[in-house]
Design a protein around this ligand. Structure first.
Ligand SMILES: *Cc1c(COP(=O)(O)O)cnc(C)c1O
Length: 237
């Protein structure tokens, strides 16, 4: 793990990158939120995020986050929000609903049912995003584009879930140029899907979670409201 001072330098650089990307596409500087991705790093990474003024961290494994969250909370990060950005199996829905403030990786009707039941048992609504495989990457989770309307219909009918928007991960290409082209296309597709679904179902779906360390400028240009950044903040995993 890097030192807090080194983290602050990286955070300052990253905030400047996000601000520049917002300015370049004529968007307000506060239109894009930063989710610090702390997966594989110790609980201190989340403590750093809180000390640095960030509101939320992202983790991709339920058990890892469940172990780290109390440690970070005891070390001054009690107000931090935790979000699941990794694949979730429905048999872990209950622990996920207990551990996270928002699940970004909802991608099946079965998972909707399990999370809704868990949130109902816990007696509090659970915020969620639908993960869509907008880049049609065979190696990625997320519902297929064609299945998104049906998944949204089911999710909107779940009384204990609050569906705030969509999430995607762009597929890598063989070259930097191809990776950028995939990212551009994937992010534009998710944005169009959101616009279509919002008007068809008469809901806002304001959150578009897209963009990571390597492609956040392209995501901001396409309308991202949440970039999920690990490497640029904490170094290589
Ligand atoms: C790990 C991860 C990130 C962060 O990726 P970096 O390239 O380290 O910024 C973002 N989103 C998801 C879903 C991830 O699993």
């Amino acid at each position: 793990m890097l030192s807090y001072d080194a983290f602050l330098v990286r955070l300052t650089e990253l905030n400047a990158r996000i601000a520049a990307a917002c300015a370049a596409s004529g968007r307000a500087a506060d239109a894009v939120k930063l989710l610090a991705v702390t997966k594989t790093h110790p609980a201190d990474a989340a403590v750093f995020a809180a000390r640095g003024g960030l509101a939320a961290v992202g983790e991709n494994r339920v058990q890892e986050a469940a172990a780290k969250r109390p440690l970070a909370a005891a070390d001054g990060a009690a107000g931090l929000r935790w979000e699941l950005i990794g694949h979730l199996q429905s048999n872990k829905a209950r622990l996920a609903a207990e551990t996270f403030d928002r699940i970004q990786s909802v991608d099946t009707e079965k998972l909707v049912r399990h999370l809704d039941r868990a949130a109902g048992e816990l007696g509090r609504p659970l915020a969620a995003l639908l993960q869509v495989n907008a880049g049609r990457d065979p190696a990625k989770f997320g519902c297929e584009l064609e299945d998104a309307p049906r998944l949204l219909e089911v999710a909107l009918a779940a009384p204990h879930l609050r569906i705030e928007g969509l999430m995607t991960i762009a597929p890598l290409g063989a070259t930097p140029e191809e990776t950028a082209e995939h990212a551009r296309r994937t992010f534009a597709t998710l944005r169009e899907l959101r616009d279509t679904l919002a008007s068809r179902f008469g809901v806002a779906l304001p959150e578009l979670s897209m963009g990571m360390s390597g492609d956040l400028e392209l995501a901001v240009a396409a309308g991202s409201t949440c970039v999920r950044v690990g490497t640029a903040l904490y170094g290589a995993r």
